[in-house]
Design a protein around this ligand. Structure first.
Ligand code: MLT
Length: 391
């Protein structure tokens, strides 16, 4: 008899855990798999961060529980980064909370605000954790379609008034996963005024704010006047510094939301290993940060150009994204997104993510993560081209 709680029985399996199983099964059959599924950077964490970690891990004072509110120097380093990068002043004592990766905070924020039966507004397609965290808290995810003709921005004014009035949280994510779309300051202004009108907390996921190309520099929602009254922004060192395995992120902004998350977390986890937080300080304060990021942007820009050109050469109508390391492309006619990615994996050994995995408006698309080197990417595109006619 299945004794698991209903919340587990109803929980969908995590998109990337399922894809991982398929990869392992293909590898066991001896297939040379090219992984363009999960957005897990293939490049190493910068040496200056690793060196600091090595020093800090050897210090016995770092082996005890970390301070509940996080290491002060880490909170200060995040605040200094926001001032430098976005011109946003943050109080490191009240407006910054370290997270065990931004996924953790995103999954838990619903527990802080969403009562059973409340609505959270979530983008569709979108990172699955916005909706899953909502469901865990007993809330109801109300999808906001992200459509190509609207630049993959939600049309806030088309949200039914009844749903907006019952809503607690509004999740946004720009630069956007999975579509690669970006948001203007005007869009964020509109979102802030919408949140004020409906008394919502905006949860902005800014995980890709440093992965942007061609002189485009993403804005923080906290740059908008009055945003701190209604918004909390989540970010992570995962994509910015190739640190997905380290599990370090943070949330900043509205002090009530930061405090609620802090209070929740102190009751369920015991924070991040101090050595990792000091490595995080190094990430933000070392003068090598900007040159490192310049190289990182160039690396992904070159990869983006390889893939976009290969798709265009095959007759694909696609524009290069301004940010993120994802390419969001329509599946050829005659396939659902799941059928297409299954076919591609079986026929070519290339793993891409079905758009449907990000929500019903992801149907008709697939996502390529630019997380292998240029040569491997070229090979992946050749293999796909050989298996299918695009367009
Ligand atoms: C993705 O592939 O969408 C992301 O890597 C997932 C994540 O950041 O957890």
């Amino acid at each position: 008899m299945d004794r698991t709680a209903e919340r587990i029985r109803l929980l969908p399996r995590y998109l990337f855990a399922e894809i991982d199983k398929k990869i392992k099964a293909a590898q066991e059959k001896g297939i040379d798999v090219i992984k363009l599924g999960i957005g897990d950077p293939d490049s190493p964490t910068p040496g200056y961060i690793i060196k600091r970690m090595q020093e800090e891990v050897a210090r016995p004072s770092n082996h005890t529980y970390p301070p509940d509110e996080g290491v002060k120097e880490f909170r200060e380093a995040v605040a200094a980064y926001y001032l430098r990068r976005h011109g946003v002043e943050l109080d490191p004592g009240k407006e910054v909370v370290p997270l065990i990766g931004s996924k953790e905070g995103i999954a838990h924020i619903s527990f802080c605000f969403t009562n059973p039966g409340d609505v959270n507004l979530v983008p569709d397609p979108g990172y699955p954790v916005y909706g899953i965290g909502t469901l865990f808290a007993g809330g109801i995810p109300q999808e906001m379609p992200l459509l190509k003709e609207k630049g993959f921005l939600p049309d806030l004014r088309s949200i039914p008034v009844e749903a907006a009035s019952r809503a607690k949280l509004l999740f946004l994510n720009y630069p956007n996963n999975p579509t690669g779309a970006v948001a203007t300051k005007e869009f964020f202004e509109e979102a802030v005024s919408f949140a004020r009108e409906y008394n919502l907390i905006i949860c902005h996921d800014a995980a890709y704010n440093e992965i942007a190309f061609d002189d485009y520099r993403p804005v923080s929602i906290l740059e908008i006047d009055g945003a701190k009254e209604v918004a909390i922004e989540f970010n992570s060192l995962s994509k910015t510094f190739n640190m997905t395995g380290w599990r370090i992120g943070y949330a900043v902004g509205n002090s009530l939301a930061v405090e609620a998350l802090y209070r929740f977390k102190t009751n369920v986890d015991s924070g991040l290993f101090k050595a990792i937080q000091y490595a995080g300080v190094e990430a933000f304060t070392n003068p090598l940060m900007e040159p490192f990021l310049e190289d990182l942007r160039k690396l992904y820009r070159d990869r983006r150009d390889v893939v976009v050109k290969a798709l265009q050469d095959a007759g694909w109508d696609i524009d290069p994204p301004k940010a993120t390391f994802y390419i969001w492309a329509p599946v050829p006619q005659g396939y659902t997104s799941q059928e297409f990615v299954t076919y591609i994996l079986e026929k070519t050994g290339v793993v891409v993510t079905p758009g449907r995995g990000f929500g019903k408006n992801g149907e008709g698309y697939f996502r390529i993560a630019l997380t292998v080197g240029e040569e491997r990417l070229k090979e992946a595109m050749e293999r796909i081209k050989g298996a299918i006619r695009f367009g």
